[in-house]
Every structure is written in C-alpha cells, then in structure tokens.
Design a binder for this molecule. Structure first.
Ligand SMILES: *Cc1c(COP(=O)(O)O)cnc(C)c1O
Length: 473
C-alpha cells in the first residue's frame, strides 16, 4: 500500500499531456521529434515517482514545482537526442589518440570525401572500357608511386591486412616470428590472436629480449610458409637485446625461397628523425630493404582514414585480392576517397608536414608551442576574473601515441591549472563534462592542457568551459 504522504505528492505530479502544453516544451517540439519529447517527460516523471515511493522518510512536505520538472525534462531531452559520437577537444598532447579517433583528416581529404559521397562515382566502374571495374585500383597507383612497391591493396584496417595476408600466404602452414615481437595492441587485442585466426600456425622463436638469425633458420622446415617481422611499435625492449634486421631476414628468406613479411603497424612515409624521433623506419625503406609484403594502418602516422594497407610483390597481392576474406574486409568509397586525397599530399615532401594534421602536430616547433600556450593562458585569464585558479604556462612532454614510437617524448608547452576551490580531479571532470567535452591530463596535481593537440579554433571552447567553471563554483 502506498502511504498517504506519497500518494498526495504523486497525485500532484502533472500528466504527460499537460506538460506537453507547456510553452518550453511546445518550443522543443518545433525542433525535436515528438517521440523524444514524450520519452523525456516519461523518464523524468518515472524517476520522480520512484524517488517518492522509495524515500518515505525524506518526502514529508515535498513539492515538485512544474518549472523544475520542465528544466529536468529539457536537460534529459538534450541528453537523449544528442549524437553519441561527438566532437571532443584533445588536450592530452597524445597526437594519435586511439580513444579520441586517431588521426584528424587533412582538409583536402574531407573535401574529397564530400565531393565523392554527394555524387555517383566510378567506384567499381572502368571508365575506359565502359564496364565493371575494381574498387581496389583507386589508391593502388599512388601507393606504389610513393613507396616504390610493385602492388598494393587497401582493406578495412591493419589488423584486417595482417589477417588477410596470413590467411592467403600461410593458412595451415607455419609462420616463423620472434617471441619479442608478439604484441598486444589497444583494447587488449593481441596480434598473435589475430594471426592465429588467419589459420596460420605461429612458430615462435628466440627469447623475449633476444632472437638470432640461427633461431629462424633452425625453425625452417617443409611446412614453413613465411618469415614474419612485427615492428615493435607500441613498446620497446631495452637492455640486453637483439633482433634480426629486415635485410638479414630477407637474405634468409631468399636462401630458403620463403617470403618475408613485415607488419609495420604505423606506416610512416616521412623520416621523423628530423623531429628527434628515432626508430620508426619509413615504408619506403622497408620496401627498399626487400620485404615481400608490408602491412600498416591508414590512420596512424600516415594521418589518413582508418584503413589497412598491404604492399608488396604483384603475385602475392593478386592472391590476396582473390581471397574471399577481401570481400569481408573491403573498404568503402569514403575510405578510398579520403585515403587517396591524403596520399596525394605526400607528393610534396615539405607541404605535407603542414597539410596532414598528424604530421603538423608532431612537427610543431617548441617556440610555436610556447606562444600558443601563452595565448591560451591569456584567453583563460580574460574569460574568468578569478584568483581561485592558478594558471601557469610550463614545459612538459607530448607523445605521438597510436602505438608509435614508445618511450619517446616530444618537448611541449602546457597550460597548467590548479584550483584552490576544487580538487584537480573535479577540474578534470568539469572540463570533460563540458559540451563539447575537453580531455586533458592530470600530472603532479595540476590539470594540464597540452597545446600540441588543441586546434587554435578550439581555444574559445576551452575559455567557455573555464568561465562556466567559475559561474558554477
Ligand atoms: C596498430 C597496429 C596494428 C593494428 O592496426 P589497426 O589499423 O588498428 O587495425 C597491427 N600491428 C601493429 C604492429 C600495430 O602497431
């Protein structure tokens, strides 16, 4: 039985229909589907009922003004009608942040995507012959032009590229790989598990820290299909280590007539040593060194859309293309158009560093980062006249991310905040709950905004969030 107090409060709750007549909700109906407005009302009313029925000790004298209900209903409406995939401001300084969407597409790629997707196109049509063509020809020529490879195939992502290649070249046969190279990538996906799903049998050789040429050589037998090297992209083994270089592996492959594959992970086309980053071979170098097949991602250091690129010998690529798995991993016109536009930017080796956002952010010089940090700090100071938050510009370190260049940091400048009125944790939460959300990082009890990954047009968003912080405090 419902107690009398509760019954009295519940009876006063307005009905859905009467709430719908309210001006604010009538206005909302002009922009939102009726279904969503009604659902927001239902949810809020149901929550109020639940509260009243389950908190008998705290409802004495409770009244729920309709105005308050309306405020909550509108907030709920905004929450349930919003996109789930939304813009966020990346203030972490991690350039290729897998959780935040990896690479920003170059403007040229976005323009191309728009053009191709608003019109019909020759995705699978051979314009010269006037008959059915292949979607796989589109990015191939430019990939071969840039990398020097004989042939290329683009699939959904690099994990797919590895799966397809191994399934094509080594199903039910053995692939020799160093123990030190069997890695786990983000989201607890393990490369060895992906490889095993291809039907290939992994023959792990060597030890975690050291693998020698003789380890590969003594594992070769009649069932061997492939020698595989996995680029240590997201971790580093340091100290007493050795691995067999690609040229040495290629020599071994030639001796036994076995193909050599390298899963490069990132797939970088420019030499990053000029920015103080070492150990990331370019795709061109790996092709030049004689790898028969090379795989890498489209949205890591390449800075394009999510994709997996397979480069290599013509006969191997042709076999991959005929594999039914290719159909399951195929890319659509959006990926192809954005990838082709991104790749074309690499024809100008200097301009590409400005045009591809991933490379632009990696190559930002310290002086420019310092200037940006001061600019952002000044904006924050202006936007909230308060002594409650200390705003400081200081040096810190950014990371490339995306499993590239582990253990290597790029010197950067950050705006560091600390509040006397709220914990640094709370500061982080407030920025994260802003719309659009701002994702920074906490270090030595300061909230850091790393300007390397903040786009200049996003400074005003951060200023707004900062000002809101003060009006709510
Ligand atoms: C990132 C990575 C992959 C997976 O690439 P996706 O494009 O994310 O599927 C595979 N291998 C290595 C070495 C990687 O670094």
């Amino acid at each position: 039985m419902i107690p009398a107090t509760a019954r009295k409060i519940l009876r006063k709750l307005p009905a859905v229909d009467s709430l719908l007549q309210h001006d604010a909700l009538q206005k909302a109906l002009a922009n939102q589907p009726r279904k969503l407005v009604v659902e927001s009302i239902r949810q809020i009313l149901a929550e109020k009922r639940h509260f009243v029925l389950t908190n008998p000790e705290s409802i004495e004298g409770l009244s729920i003004p309709t105005e308050d209900l309306i405020v909550e209903i509108l907030a709920r409406l905004e929450a349930i009608s919003d996109y789930t995939l939304r813009q966020v401001v990346n203030a972490t300084g991690i350039v290729i942040h897998t959780n935040l969407g990896r690479s920003l597409l170059p403007r040229q790629a976005v323009d191309r995507l728009q053009t191709i997707c608003r019109t019909y196109n020759n995705l699978e049509y051979d314009l010269a012959e006037g008959r059915r063509g292949s979607r796989y020809v589109h990015a191939e020529a430019i990939l071969c032009e840039i990398t020097g490879a004989e042939a290329a195939l683009v699939v959904n992502n690099n994990a797919g590229a590895v799966l397809l290649t191994l399934n094509t070249l080594a199903r039910e046969r053995e692939v020799i790989v160093s123990r030190g190279q069997l890695v786990e990538i983000g989201g607890s996906f393990r490369i060895p598990d992906v490889m095993r799903s291809s039907g290939a049998i992994l023959r792990e050789v060597g030890c975690t820290n050291r693998t020698h040429r003789r380890d590969y050589e003594s594992a070769i037998n009649d069932h061997t299909a492939l020698l595989l090297k996995v680029h240590c992209s997201n971790y580093r083994i340091i100290g007493f280590t050795s691995e067999v270089s690609l040229p040495d592996l290629v020599l071994l492959g030639r001796k036994y007539n076995l193909p050599v594959m390298e899963d490069l992970g990132s797939g970088c086309f420019v030499n990053l040593a000029q920015f103080g980053l070492v150990g990331e071979p370019t795709v061109q170098e790996v092709v030049e060194a004689g790898a028969d097949v090379v795989t890498f991602s489209g949205d890591k250091l390449l800075g394009g859309p999510q994709a997996g690129v397979i480069l290599g010998r013509k006969d191997f690529i042709a076999r991959c293309r005929k594999n039914p798995l290719t159909r399951a991993l195929r890319v659509d016109k959006m990926v192809i158009s954005a990838l082709e536009a991104t790749l074309r930017l690499y024809r100008d080796e200097v301009q590409v560093l400005q045009d591809v956002p991933t490379l632009r952010m990696i190559s930002l010089p310290p002086a420019s980062l310092e200037e940006r940090a001061h600019h952002l700090a000044a904006g924050l100071t202006r936007s909230a006249d308060s002594d409650a938050v200390q705003i400081e510009v200081r040096q810190s370190h950014s990371q490339v991310g995306g499993g590239s260049l582990p253990g290597q940091y790029l010197p950067t400048f950050v705006v560091a905040l600390r509040s006397s009125q709220m914990s640094t944790q709370k500061l982080e939460t407030s920025f994260r709950r802003h719309s659009p959300p701002i994702i920074g990082r906490i270090e030595s009890d300061q909230y850091l905004l790393d300007v390397r990954t903040i786009q200049p047009e996003e400074y005003s968003i951060i200023e707004e969030a900062f000002a809101a912080l003060h009006s709510n405090a």
